[in-house]
Design a protein around this ligand. Structure first.
Ligand SMILES: Nc1ncnc2c1ncn2[C@@H]1O[C@H](COP(=O)(O)OP(=O)(O)OC[C@H]2O[C@@H]([n+]3cccc(C(=O)O)c3)[C@H](O)[C@@H]2O)[C@@H](O)[C@H]1O
Ligand SMILES: Nc1ncnc2c1ncn2[C@@H]1O[C@H](COP(=O)(O)OP(=O)(O)OP(=O)(O)O)[C@@H](O)[C@H]1O
Ligand SMILES: [Mg+2]
Length: 260
């Protein structure tokens, strides 16, 4: 029996069945023909692809491979293609470089905004295909990214369903390997690849192995932050800083109460 690296007694096989049931039920209740998702060559999208195929069969899944040809490593594209071929899933490849370049002709320079624009272009292309083929957009965000707010609002965060939002990154890797995702993808260091040289752990300032333990103790076990802090104050402060700064990404859009 495969165990979660951080949660005792949490059975990843049963988690996989629950996620597969969720995907099938959401597609059914939406009256959709299946899901569409972006497949990057990274582990999160590889796992959602795997679970979606198990839930819906290959014909229920459409994969968009959306490299920016100026930035995306070619091995990511070949990993993404191989994964789709492994599962017999239809794949559409779209180079987003010309779209990104065309947008920026009209926009002032900002490295962060230019990076997030890539995620938002991908979201728009996913929704185009969702509309065109009566599919729903399957998100690939995991619990670590969600609690840290490590995603682009209305970019990779703009989705219809979030099948792996309950799994920490360390669990995503374990489950992906268990379900047959090739090791090189299951172990690939995470990166949004929104700008040159970007890695998730480099930008966050800590590893997912470190963060997941802290997040689990605080958000699942309900331990007081001050108690968790005793083990490693700098780490816990850094993790909670990401969490607090991104509260707005997890909250419903706010509107004023009107004096009616
Ligand atoms: N208090 C508040 N209440 C309501 N809205 C608020 C707000 N503060 C900012 N905002 C809005 O949010 C915007 C900032 O959020 P956002 O646009 O997301 O931008 P931001 O969080 O600054 O950047 C996105 C982060 O997610 C990372 N990322 C992106 C994509 C994928 C992955 C990955 O894991 O692969 C990671 C990326 O590397 C970067 O660190 C502001 O421009 C503003 O519009
Ligand atoms: N080149 C790409 N082609 C298709 N989809 C992409 C591409 N880059 C990013 N995406 C979409 O955006 C999502 C968020 O990117 P992110 O990097 O967090 O996920 P990942 O690459 O699947 O895994 P990891 O977080 O471990 O790198 C991806 O899972 C995928 O759905
Ligand atoms: Mg990635």
């Amino acid at each position: 029996m495969l165990e979660s690296p951080i949660r005792r007694g949490f059975d990843l096989e049963r988690a996989a069945s629950a996620i597969e049931g969720f995907i099938a039920s959401k597609v059914r209740s939406a009256g959709a023909s299946g899901v569409v998702l972006g497949v990057s060559g990274g582990v999160d999208s590889a796992l959602v692809l795997t679970l979606s195929v198990r839930a819906l069969g290959p014909s229920g899944v459409l994969a968009l491979i959306m490299p920016d040809s100026r930035l995306t490593p070619p091995e990511d594209v070949s990993d993404a293609k191989s994964l789709c071929d492994l599962f017999g899933v239809r794949r559409v490849e779209i180079d987003i470089a010309p779209i990104h370049r065309a947008c920026l002709e009209h926009l002032p320079s900002s490295p962060l905004a230019e990076g997030n624009l890539r995620a938002r272009i991908r979201m728009s292309l996913l929704y185009y295909h969702a509309n065109a083929e009566n599919r729903i957009v399957a998100g690939t965000g995991d619990r670590s990214e969600y609690l840290l707010g490590y995603f682009t609002k209305y970019g990779d965060g703009g989705v219809d369903i979030a099948p792996i939002l309950g799994l920490y990154k360390t669990e995503v890797r374990a489950l992906a390997a268990h379900l047959g995702v090739p090791e090189r993808v299951a172990r690939k260091p995470s990166s949004p690849r929104l700008w040159p040289g970007q890695t998730a752990e480099g930008e966050l300032g800590f590893s997912y192995e470190e963060a997941d333990v802290v997040l689990h103790r605080i958000f699942d076990l309900g331990e007081p932050v001050d108690k968790v802090r005793e083990s490693n104050p700098r780490l816990v402060d850094a993790v909670m800083d990401w969490h607090r700064r991104t509260e707005h990404k997890r909250a419903p859009v706010e509107s004023p109460a009107l004096p009616l």
